[in-house]
Design a protein around this ligand. Structure first.
Ligand code: ATP
Ligand code: MG
Length: 409
């Protein structure tokens, strides 16, 4: 019986892994250049870590299970909560701010479709310890820089959940949460129905819809001030100043609500302009407070997560290509062939025959795997300290000494 992989998971073949690793390397390099250092947390955590803020409802969307000791555990659906748990457990004495990045797989029980999987990867950062707009500016511009260097065509939207929360401040917390979630899903119909159901005033209703529709350049701050005159827009203004100085291209969007409940301030999302269809959100982030919920001191933080799989799908990167060499040997000279192969491995990818094939078949395999060169180890040449080198592109062949061979590669 053939066993299929579980729904929503994927196998990655070498070509795809090569591309994914190349993209990952670029992300790491850029994050490290801003002083972020890599961390890793466990693949599974106590279920509570994810329900504390988001409620039991989230259990529907995650892989939750009991282990043999009866503990309630969950495969991580994201890394922000785990990183802050780690911060509270391990890092409180460290000088702030802390700059961490991660690259890891996440698990969500979602309906699989293009760009939406049950196991997927996120590359993200958390900047812990500052509530300044400068921290937001750093994190937003770092996400921007990564997507920009990967030559992705994207729109970056920046907002502030404080505005919506301010409007909803007198409502019951669960009602406010539900409204935020409907806004996040851009479910206008559902939102209208729900606002009717809970009976919000028509003034509030108008304010919510006007705010959610506010998308544009810095002018929209003026319009937002008209809707919420008693909100302090200083933080957003400062963030915009720095982003403008950095020439980061973005739109202000006060309709960004983010699905997760822990965001408290600036929030941002990036959408790919082409190649992804409906699942085009490739980055989500913002500032939040979680540490106090996990037994630590109340600590501000800002972070983002890039949807690595969606990015890998649309981004074209130049792969680093090392020369590929096949060392072909006559029967009895395999030891010599293995030895010669070893001397070349600092400079190229080198493979030898392990199928005990004849010369013709070894050469034909070299062509099949797209090798650049074949090094043929034969008795007569070897006696003179030489090997035959065949350029598999041009077909040209010549005898060279072992030293010359190194220079050729
Ligand atoms: P979406 O609205 O697409 O479900 P989300 O708001 O749940 O996204 P976040 O929790 O902010 O997403 O995760 C950050 C990024 O991870 C998303 O922008 C997206 O690119 C990616 N992502 C989220 N869920 C999945 C998934 N099931 N499969 C692949 N990528 C995902
Ligand atoms: Mg989602």
């Amino acid at each position: 019986m053939k066993i299929e992989r579980p729904r929503g998971t994927r196998d990655f073949l070498p070509d795809e892994m090569e591309k994914r690793r190349t993209i990952e390397k670029i992300m790491r390099r850029i994050a490290e250049s801003y002083g972020y250092r890599e961390i890793l947390t466990p693949t599974f955590e106590h279920l509570e870590l994810f329900t504390i803020k988001s409620g039991e409802g989230i259990i529907e969307e995650i892989y939750a299970f009991k282990d043999k000791g009866g503990r309630d555990l969950a495969l991580r659906p994201e890394l922000t909560a785990p990183v802050i748990r780690m911060f509270v457990n391990e890092c409180v004495g460290m000088p702030k701010p802390l700059r961490f990045y991660y690259f890891a797989n996440c698990f969500r029980y979602e309906r699989p479709q293009k760009g939406r999987y049950r196991e997927f990867w996120q590359f993200g950062v958390e900047l812990i310890g500052s509530s300044s707009p400068l921290a937001d500016a750093e994190v937003v511009s770092l996400a921007y820089r990564i997507m920009d260097e990967l030559k992705i065509k994207f729109d970056l939207h920046v907002g502030h959940v404080g505005l919506l929360r301010h409007l909803l401040r007198d409502l019951d917390e669960n009602v406010a949460s539900k409204i935020m979630r409907l806004i996040d899903k851009k479910d206008v119909e559902g939102l209208e129905k729900y606002l009717d159901e809970v009976g919000v005033s028509s003034d509030l209703r108008d304010s919510i819809f006007s705010l959610v529709e506010l998308v544009g350049d810095r002018d929209v701050i003026g319009s937002a001030k008209e809707i919420i005159p008693d909100f302090d827009f200083g933080h957003i203004e400062k963030l915009c100043d720095v982003l403008d100085a950095l020439d980061v291209k973005y739109k202000l969007d006060f309709g960004i609500a983010r699905g997760l409940d822990y965001y408290t301030g600036v929030v941002f999302e990036a959408y790919a302009k082409e190649g992804l269809g409906a699942q085009n959100q490739i980055c989500g982030g913002g500032s939040y407070r979680l540490a106090h919920l996990f037994g630590g001191e109340d600590t501000p933080a800002t972070g983002f997560a890039l949807g690595f799989d969606r990015i890998a799908e649309i981004c074209e990167v130049e792969l680093e290509r090392k020369k590929k060499v096949v060392v072909v040997s006559f029967r009895g000279l395999e030891g010599e062939a293995f030895k010669i192969a070893n001397t070349l491995r600092d400079k190229a990818v080198v493979v030898t025959d392990v199928m005990e094939r004849n010369i013709k078949k070894q050469l034909s395999y070299a062509n099949d795997i797209n090798a650049d060169l074949a090094v043929i180890v034969g008795e007569r040449e070897l006696k003179e300290g030489k090997v035959a080198v065949k350029d598999l592109r041009s077909g040209e062949q010549k005898a060279v000494s072992l030293n010359e061979l190194l220079d050729l590669i």
